[in-house]
Ligand binder design. Structure first.
Ligand code: SR1
Ligand code: MG
Length: 392
């Protein structure tokens, strides 16, 4: 049978057809779609001892509806990315039980005992002991393995070709890396940010810096990325007394600049910090940028001696990591800006009683990160401007 959009009532029979569930008398399904793009269902038995998640890509952007068509083939990219991560960081992604390319549907681990990191932070809780360090480590494990350091050249070329994802990259090139700096119908913002939105559109220096980052995104095929590593793409919790993280939703995956994944995470960390400051609920926010970078850098350096091409020497590693850092700072800035005056805003800010002061401060921080990325060399440097912008 061809592709059909699954409704809640279709899921039991679908799971049985695909060999994932036997007893149709003992299955309860609910839709839990939350992200911008896809549908997600959770299936469980009555005793609550068995659960599965079904994620299906729709032929449009879910939050926009059929007026914004989008090929469901993005699910192929997601399945491919999970395959790559499963080789090197299986403990940091959900278990994948099957991918059905006919329906663009993944059947995967039920993570309903875990919580979305953004939800945890929005509720005023802390990141937990190891979350950001392990996210940095996740980026290092995935990107080292799929870079020219971790993979023989011919295999890499095949990976690059297989991972080309023009439609999804185009979304990022548009909504993150250009639209907020021009007039566009996708853009919206709080009326009390009118002045800053206009200033950003008129700022030619800012536009050129964003153009450079955009071009890096388009051309710098360093490694396979998650592609949308925000705090809504991470689940956290505890199982048997052990902290657990699961990075999910890599449908924007493609071979691109490593700094994009790190920068996206940082932007979300910085926005979460702005919320916590506004509400007076700051916990372990200040440490997270540093912890994620340390997790990334130390894991990348740990893997370095295993590189497949030793023409890349230790001095080059230092240079390469500096470039990743600088790109990450700039991309963090672009993600902040689009989340406030572009498309797809963040509940971290939109649900504040008064989102304006935190949004203004964060927007200005985003601009500084873009403009001054070459002179910001450490987490402390970023903290320095974070504190300055907070006093606008
Ligand atoms: C049209 S999609 C808007 C955003 O949702 C996804 O999560 C990505 O961040 C994308 O930019
Ligand atoms: Mg997503």
């Amino acid at each position: 049978m061809g592709y059909r959009i699954l409704e809640t009532e279709d899921v039991p029979a679908y799971l049985r057809e695909r060999g994932h569930w036997d007893d149709l008398e003992d299955i309860h399904v609910r839709e839990v779609s939350d992200g911008n793009m896809n549908r997600v269902f959770l299936a469980a038995n009555g005793a609550g001892t068995r659960g599965l998640a079904v994620k299906q890509a729709l032929p449009w952007v879910r939050v926009a509806g059929p007026s914004w068509p989008m090929s469901p083939e993005r699910a192929d990219a997601e399945a491919r990315a999970y395959e790559q991560v499963a080789r090197v960081a299986p403990d940091k992604i959900p278990a994948i039980h099957g991918y059905d390319p006919g329906h663009y549907a993944l059947v995967m681990e039920d993570m309903s005992d875990l919580e979305v990191l953004r939800t945890v932070l929005n509720a005023g809780a802390s990141y937990g002991p190891d979350t950001s360090r392990r996210i940095g480590e996740f980026v290092a494990q995935l990107t080292f393995a799929t870079s020219d350091f971790g993979m023989p050249s011919a295999e890499r070329k095949a990976l690059i070709a297989a991972s080309v994802s023009p439609e999804l990259c185009r979304i990022t090139e548009d909504v993150v890396l250009s639209e907020p700096y021009i007039e566009h119908e996708h853009n919206h913002w709080h009326p009390e940010l009118d002045d800053l939105a206009a200033e950003f559109r008129a700022d030619t220096r800012l536009r050129t810096e964003v153009a450079e980052l955009r071009h890096t995104f388009m051309t710098s095929a360093q490694a396979l990325l998650h592609g949308d590593l925000h705090t809504g793409s991470v689940m956290v919790g505890e199982r048997d007394g052990t902290p657990v993280i699961r990075v999910f939703d890599p449908e924007f995956s493609f071979v691109g600049p490593i700094g994009y994944d790190i920068g996206l995470y940082w932007a979300n960390v910085l926005v979460a910090t702005a919320r916590a400051r506004a509400l007076g609920t700051v916990t372990d926010h200040a440490a997270q940028l540093r912890l994620s970078w340390e997790g990334f850098e130390s894991e990348f350096r740990r893997l370095w001696p295993t590189r497949v091409d030793t023409f890349f020497d230790d001095a080059y590693l230092d240079r390469f990591l500096r470039r990743v850092w600088t790109d990450a700072v700039g991309f963090a800035g672009t993600e902040i800006v689009r989340r406030i005056i572009g498309f797809a805003h963040l509940t971290d800010l939109t649900t504040l009683p008064d989102p304006v002061p935190a949004s203004r401060a964060t927007l200005l921080l985003g601009r500084e990160l873009i403009l001054r990325r070459a002179e910001l060399h450490s987490p402390e440097d970023i903290e320095g401007i974070q504190n300055t912008e907070n006093t606008e």
